[in-house]
Write a protein of this length. Structure first.
Length: 273
DNA sequence: TATATTGTTACACC
DNA sequence: TGGTGTAACAATAT
């Protein structure tokens, strides 16, 4: 499941490899993935060069010459794979970008992901409309900022709150579970019940876990692959996510799973209070 | 063969 | 109004 570290990994890899290169042709195999007729899509992208690639929350932005930007969300099972000219698409390849000597596949098993063609100067507008919260790895995301945000959400349960993109950007089910485990905080605690120490720990672990995950090129619990088609190695570092019934690495208690808002929340009943 | 799973969003409820 | 719950989306594993 691509969250901030996975999207950041793809962003860095694409910047290293395709910045400045030209898109020769686009092939849209599944029209519902894009937000306009394929002819319009192709017309505005083909022949244009890639200026830069950015990340905002879990969104990947590819900026082109000619002032158009592709806004890409990978949702649950999306992939952007940079391959050779001769690589073959699979049945989940829905859009293909052709470069001079490479291809980029947009693959998505569940077809929830999207690629939107947007005028570059309208991207900020679009992101503003999505009400995306602060970027946790930015310098201005301080402990004080975090405390103040929590004050406004005293009645919310902490795990769904960390996953709320309008509260804080880029955190999903995997990393919220890991952050709370390392902080010793139970996923059902209300924001208003957290002590100063709890808040400090959660704040520190948000930065720590996300940075560590980027270092390992993300987590592959589902179909996630990086831009080179490789799995993320943070999967090996996971302590609670997807570990129901396994033994806690700290205390040996069985990891439990509960439902929160219809989603699985994994935690250690002894280490997380 | 039916069901659970999975993130996000839209929408209903209180 | 904010917090919570549910359906829908699609494909797969069980």
């Amino acid at each position: 499941m691509p969250e901030l570290p996975e999207v950041e990994t793809i962003k860095r890899q694409l910047n290293q490899n395709i910045r400045g290169k030209k898109i020769k042709k686009v092939e849209v195999r599944l029209p519902k993935i894009i937000n306009c007729p394929a002819s319009v899509f192709e017309k505005n992208i083909a022949g244009k060069s890639i200026k830069s690639i950015e990340r905002k929350a879990k969104l990947l932005l590819i900026n082109f010459s000619g002032n158009y930007t592709l806004v890409i969300h990978l949702k649950l099972t999306g992939q952007l794979i940079l391959t050779s000219k001769t690589a073959e698409p699979n049945k989940y390849t829905h859009v293909i970008f052709y470069l001079d000597s490479q291809k980029i596949f947009f693959n998505d098993l569940r077809q929830f992901g999207y690629i939107k063609l947007v005028k570059t100067d309208e991207v900020d507008n679009l992101i503003f409309k999505e009400k995306i919260g602060p970027e946790p790895l930015e310098k201005d995301f301080t402990l004080k900022t975090f405390k103040n945000l929590l004050k406004k959400k005293k009645k919310s349960k902490i795990k769904p709150l960390l996953m709320d993109q309008s509260f804080i950007a880029g955190i999903g089910n995997v990393y919220s579970a890991e952050i709370l485990f390392l902080s010793g905080v139970h996923p059902e605690r209300k924001a208003g019940s957290l002590t100063k120490e709890d808040i400090k720990k959660i704040y520190g672990n948000i930065k720590k876990v996300l940075l560590e995950a980027i270092k390992h090129k993300g987590t592959s619990v589902d179909t996630y692959l990086d831009a080179y088609g490789k799995k993320g190695k943070y999967t090996l570092k996971l302590k609670v996510y997807n570990k129901a019934g396994k033994l806690c690495v700290k205390c040996g208690t069985k990891i439990r799973v509960i439902k929160q808002g219809g989603r699985s929340a994994y935690f250690c009943p002894k280490c997380q209070k």
